[in-house]
Design a protein around this ligand. Sequence first.
Ligand code: 0X9
Ligand code: ZN
Length: 819
Amino acid sequence: MLTSATVLAGAVVALPAATAHAAENVVRADRSVPRSCFAAPVPKGTAGTDRRELTSTVDGLIQARLAPSTGPEGDWDLAVFDKATGAVVAASAALRTHELAESFVKKGQELVVQACRYGGNAREAVLGVDFLALTPQGTPTGTVAPPQRAELVRVETPAKTDKDKLLRLGLDVTEKADATGVEVVLANDTDRKTLADSGFKSNVIQPDLSAKSVQNAKTDREYAAKAPGSALPSGRTSYRHLYDYEYEIKELARKNPSLVSAFTLPEPTWEGRDVVGVEIATDVRNLADGKPVDFTMGVHHAREWPAGEHAMEWAYELINGYQRDPAIRGLVGRTRNIVVPIINPDGFEISREAEPKGDFTRFDYENKRKNCNVADSPKEFATGVCKANPAGRERGTDPNRNYAGFWGGNGASTLWRSDTFRGAGPFSEPETRNVRSIVSSRQVTNLLTLHTYSNLVLRVPGVADVRAPLDEPAYKALGDQMASRNQYKSEPSWALYDTTGSTEDWSYWATGGWGFTFEIGGTEFHPPYADGVVAEYAGLKPAPGAGHGGNRQAFLDMLANTADPAAHSTLIGSAPKGYQLKLHKTFQTPTSPVLQPDGSTKPPIYVTDKLDSSLTATGGRFAWSVNPSTRPYVAGRYGRDPQGPPQAGFAVANPPGVPAVNKQYPADATSESFTFHVDGLPKADNGKFSVDVAWKSPNTDWDLYVYDAAGNLVSSPANGGTTSEHAVLFDPPAGDYKAVLVNYAQADPAVVDDWTGGVSFASPVPPTYGPKEAYQLTCTSPRGNLVGVADVYADRGQTVDVGEVCTRSAAVAKERGVR
Ligand code: 0X9
Ligand code: ZN
């Protein structure tokens, strides 16, 4: 009785005799040796290492941690090996001495824990090891849950309201969506029931995600075994682990000290992991050199492994290219490049380390999306570490719903369990605050956040109501340019469905720096490496970008845009050597009216944003690449002035007869239709057309589809009700269109509830313009005296001469008697 209870409760076991003799917990090495700690166990006594041997007391998890001892921190790493085979079980290789190596172990498994002093002056570090029995997920009591099958289905959502309704069910909705359907992950029977009860039509895309994962892992092993290298800049052939990312980042920095620097983001994660990044620029340590910043990041979402791979390969691309490719060398010389491949290391570690299990019935962790925040779940689910807790993969906040931009609105969930849970408040998560700190302290003119999947290049806004920014034509052009390389679809992200609180919907509206989301790949969150990483990155078959340059070329286009002064703003002037110029802005970023679980809303929350960046003068003239001083949010909204009247609307004569009830459209074409013509200039200027049909009973359902003359589905069905459908096309090209009506359901088959309807037209909405905003520019002397102040207005593409800001304005102030 007692023994089994101990196992189920999750035994926490320290090192042998660790509690009795604290000294046992201290690892020591007289000198540092930069090496991969996880490459292999090295013999006892090897320089720069220390080791412990121990035996797992549980079927569950090992958690090995390193913390700094007293004195300087240095850089220590950690690895755990299976003693019998020498295979790495867990490892951690972050930049300081905050290491957490965590993975699955078997009871009785003999382990070697190896600590390695990579660099720095710390002769010792403090080691702690815990073993935790695995609590079956979803069961706070520890009862074993029945096996569950995870599957991928396509849900039919012909109207935009259907998508919104689907989003409200709290299911795991993917970005793979088109005008009439969305792919959804059903993790278990509860999800299946939720979908079935909701009345949506669906069909299976992938019946067993667990089996698919096992198959993909095999494909990956075979590929890695036979490929000597790949077309990637690093030549890599398999998905990295978190420790691979960490180790490679610091090796890149160590080997290229003037070009590359590794850094730790300001906040550790919920589980205490350091988040690491890499910066690439000539004279890399001089952060305040005034160059524009390109910021690329991956893995907000745990299971989206190719996102991290693409970001990491981009870092290699820049470093290799700087040495070998004159074009890349030129671009790198004019920019600063920040890469953070894994924004959400807690989540990524779980997903990545669960893969060998291939078991979604108990370890659906491989399918985890969110971070490891536990604060918002009910108490009974708030126990255990993220890899072993009663809520399983459902613990956590969606980092891509947690930014302040329109936070709390549509397309994010108020429920802790949901895959799009928005969190307790805007920027409630360390992961989003880390990104915020970079974007707020540097002039990030270009931001790219990588996700999987659906072959998309997305820009703001995430919700249609926000309307496009005045920058829309240039913003779209950059997205389209990148999409011409990877052959993804370029569009504003609201076109799929609403999202609020996503990365660039904060960063762009707050700073004016272009922000894009790429959804890499066509079918899976982490497909076989050769397809999802090598082919998509390098532009090889079977990627759609094969022969067009792939993501590699898209990223280079983004970098070329970063280097282009026409794409941002530039301040020029002169300042004595060593003087500090600072640009400051502070403002309130409003969230959406905050949706409540009961559907009501509360007033928006105002988040105080502060943007502060600096330039160190080198003496004489300077040029400082910055974002425009007026926020897009304030500058206004895109639109166009009507060039003529809109076309007159008309009622439609319902064709004679009624098509049979059809639930299989378009597979079964049974339907009826009417055609209409849209006029163009000089006769009419239509900003949009709307097709509206209505019927009597809420139990009747007519589905509406609108096609152009070439047969493309063009409508974005929106705002339908229970007795109506509404399809809209903005800026419709002149020509013939066909509206198709499918009789999906009849309230009373004996009495036909037929539709009535019509087509209406509206003028384009003219642009709206807001006020201009300034930056506060200050100059501080090397002794710390404030010697110059100016308000600076700069529009996109503009070069503004701020003159001798450190001397002239100071002299003027003196004349006025200001001290
Ligand atoms: O839902 C998301 O966060 C992203 N899709 S994913 O399947 N990778 O989870 C897309 C966000 C798109 N919205 C904006 N970028 N605004
Ligand atoms: Zn994602």
